[in-house]
Design a protein around this ligand. Structure first.
Ligand SMILES: [Cu+2]
Length: 500
């Protein structure tokens, strides 16, 4: 890790890193629950245990009667699970339901959403990671008020002890004698250090709990990225984190067919690559680099583990000039570079290869941080007709959104930001599975189901829709990838997100 990227991470707060994405902790999912199409947004509490906010928006279908939500740790209902909570309709809205759910433990969860109505019923599973990402601070005014109350209680306790010794057994109106008064003073003198010790012990307990929480905060794993000298420009990403070889290990499972989705983003956003490294061993991944322009790059590696936990590995790397012919190791690898380096353009239209175009169908309303929106893009052939979009790694489209400074990074699809791999974990897990068995079953299922998944998320021909809410204000770049006639095309868009 170079110092610069390291500092940036600290400055942006490693606290912002929320496992599968960077700086974008909310989970978005869009899909069919039986006859109803729903969009589910899970806003995690950022602390464990904590209360997650679940909103379910009905996108199509009518006669919806009930929306039930249930958090499943590890994804399977057990006898100990509480009954599901009923999500309440948000007042003033006809299609929005919300609920709050306690996530009691750290780790991989799935939220089961059951909808039922006159058209029938259906269920969706939304994988979420329950992790501690923040340490709540004390604000100064509250601390001052509490300190004042604390001092009052302390003095009050001493006074009560003194008064009890002095006059508690006397009849009303009787004056305590000199002996009682003296004894009262002595007892108060003894009570002060005793109470002070109790306070001290309390502070120790508080600090220990705080330290335990700080230690349990999620942090991205340590990785090391190296570029092999010589022909081929091979990039190797190795997980070097000691916890990966212990507590945090679980075999990887494919997420839309690949064990890792590796993204390289040039610091000035002028180049981008979406690669799928081969796994050399349980901690090492290797890929051949496309002829990207030299310079500093941010490295993001998305992986999903057999326990359903998805995360992004973070690093940075400096690329040197690469004029070797590119022999990609995976047919779905793709890359893009700007024709005008580092220029930010707010054009709604992006030129693709083959004279095709991609247009961001957005209205003139400003994009506001925290508000969920639909990002819609239309792809047209050079004849101006809707492009025939083909399934591409099980999806109609893959998009990457990053804030210019790298503090936000997210990989999303028409089905949202969830990891499809995690979702399959919950759908296909059996209690008899031993290590590695589930991964094999998921690989088989992904291969069989990939084209269907993509068709299910198709809307208008040539158009893709991605549900998202930008988490923070600032300048963003969006890369939208689709496949047309066997080729991956990348459209690029910039936008400014205003504060909420
Ligand atoms: Cu993708």
């Amino acid at each position: 890790m170079t110092p610069r990227w390291g500092e940036l991470l600290v400055a942006a707060g490693v606290l912002l890193v929320a496992s599968a994405h960077v700086g974008s902790p909310d989970t978005f999912y869009e899909g069919d629950a039986g006859p109803y199409r729903v969009r589910v947004i899970v806003r995690p509490p950022g602390v464990v245990p904590g209360r997650a906010e679940i909103t379910v928006r009905l996108l199509s279908g009518s006669g919806l009667r009930s929306v039930l939500v249930l958090p499943l740790h590890g994804g399977r209902p057990t006898a100990q699970d509480p009954p599901p909570d009923s999500a309440q309709r948000v007042s003033g809205s006809s299609d929005l339901y919300d609920a709050q759910l306690w996530l009691m433990d750290a780790g991989a969860y799935s939220i089961r959403v059951d909808v039922a109505g006159t058209a029938g019923s259906g269920t969706v599973l939304v994988p979420v990671n329950s992790i501690a990402t923040r340490r709540l601070g004390f604000d100064t005014p509250l601390a001052i008020v509490l300190l004042g109350f604390g001092a009052f209680l302390f003095v009050g306790a001493i006074t009560i002890v003194g008064a009890a010794v002095r006059e508690s057994v006397l009849a009303p109106g009787t004056e305590p004698d000199a002996g009682r008064r003296r004894r009262s003073w002595w007892i108060r003198l003894i009570a002060v250090p005793l109470l002070a010790f109790a306070l001290f012990a309390g502070k120790k307990w508080w600090d220990r709990d705080d330290a335990a929480h700080a230690a349990s905060l999620y942090r991205p794993m340590d990785v090391k990225t190296t570029i092999a000298a010589g022909p081929g420009h091979l990039l190797t990403l190795a997980i070097t984190d000691s916890e990966w070889f212990g507590r945090r290990f679980s075999p990887l499972i494919p997420d839309h067919g690949k064990l890792m989705h590796l993204f390289l983003v040039r610091d000035d956003l002028s180049a981008f690559a979406h690669l799928h490294p081969l796994m050399i061993d349980s901690s090492t991944f290797r890929t051949a680099l496309p002829p990207l322009p030299p310079g500093p790059y941010r490295v993001y590696g998305d992986i999903v583990q057999e326990n359903g936990f998805s995360q992004t590995l973070l690093d940075s790397v400096t690329l040197t000039a690469n004029r070797d012919p590119w022999k990609s190791l995976d047919s779905d690898d793709s890359w893009w570079k700007s024709s005008q380096p580092s220029a930010v353009s707010y054009q709604p239209e992006s030129q693709l290869e083959d004279a095709a175009t991609m247009t961001w169908l957005r209205d003139s309303a400003p994009i506001v941080a925290g508000r969920d929106i639909e990002l819609r893009f239309a792809v047209r052939t050079k004849e101006g007709k809707p492009a025939p979009l083909e399934p591409y790694m099980g999806m109609l489209s893959h998009a990457v959104i990053t804030r210019a400074d790298g503090a936000v990074f997210v990989h999303l699809h028409p089905a949202g930001t969830i990891s499809m791999g995690s979702q399959l974990v919950y759908a296909l897990r059996r209690s008899s599975d031993t290590t590695g068995v589930l991964a094999a079953r998921i690989t088989a299922a992904e291969q069989a189901a990939a084209p269907m998944a993509s068709m299910a998320t198709g809307g208008e021909p040539g158009t893709v829709t991605l549900p998202y809410a930008f988490p923070q204000p600032g300048p963003y770049r969006i890369w939208v990838q689709v496949k047309v006639r066997g080729r991956v095309l990348t459209g690029v868009f910039d936008t400014q997100v205003s504060p909420s």
